[in-house]
Design a protein around this ligand. Structure first.
Ligand code: AR6
Length: 174
């Protein structure tokens, strides 16, 4: 990976709801009406107004993304994307990659310069973290090459084990 791309990607361990970035990405479900995991954390921290706006959006198919305001969060926007439920079929990786691509497309369209991603599909939806990490990093790196307006993409991982997987993979690509 080129140094210039590497510098625009950051890996951190922590809670995505605390990040002061232009946009955070939510690992939502197709209803967009909240749930557990990171989705639950984001809705709790953003407040009821987020649910009201999500209701008006009216859902999101797997692999696509929708943008809302972030209300009580330090971030300015929430990009809701719906990862695949892991099945072990080739379609999983295409859909997961689409989540990153469609989220980044919204980033560009909304003049956003910094965005943070959780490990989409790697909790309740059961995607193996090592495979998901490769898809996430490769998709983002390829997109950054073509889109200089995005200054920073943060991968934020809840556990130290997941954090190590991301940092190890990025080191491999240097
Ligand atoms: N900050 C960063 N990462 C987090 C946080 C947080 N606050 N909380 C959890 N994670 P999951 P999925 C990590 O289950 O697999 C919901 O019910 C977590 O450790 O949140 O895409 C939705 O409504 C894991 O690595 O999302 C859907 O129904 C990662 O975020 C379903 O879960 C994703 O885990 C989506 O499942």
């Amino acid at each position: 990976m080129k140094k210039e791309i590497h510098k625009r990607i950051e890996v951190v361990q922590g809670d995505i709801t605390k990040l002061d970035v232009d946009a955070i990405v939510n690992a939502a479900n197709t209803s967009l009406l909240g749930g557990g995991g990171v989705d639950g954390c984001i809705h709790r921290a953003a407040g009821r107004e987020l649910l009201t706006e999500c209701r008006a959006v009216g859902g999101c198919p797997t692999g696509e993304a929708r943008i809302t305001k972030a209300y009580n969060l330090p971030a300015r926007h929430v990009i809701h994307t719906v990862g695949p439920v892991y099945s072990g079929k080739p379609r999983d990786s295409t859909l997961l990659s689409s989540c990153y691509l469609n989220s980044l497309q919204l980033v560009v369209e909304n003049n956003i310069t910094s965005v943070a991603f959780p490990a989409i599909s790697c909790g309740v939806y059961g995607y193996p973290i090592k495979d998901a990490c490769k898809i996430a990093v490769d998709t983002v790196a390829e997109f950054l090459k073509k889109n200089p307006s995005i200054k920073k993409v943060i991968f934020i991982l809840f556990s130290s084990g997941d954090y190590d997987i991301y940092t190890d993979y990025l080191e491999e690509l240097v």
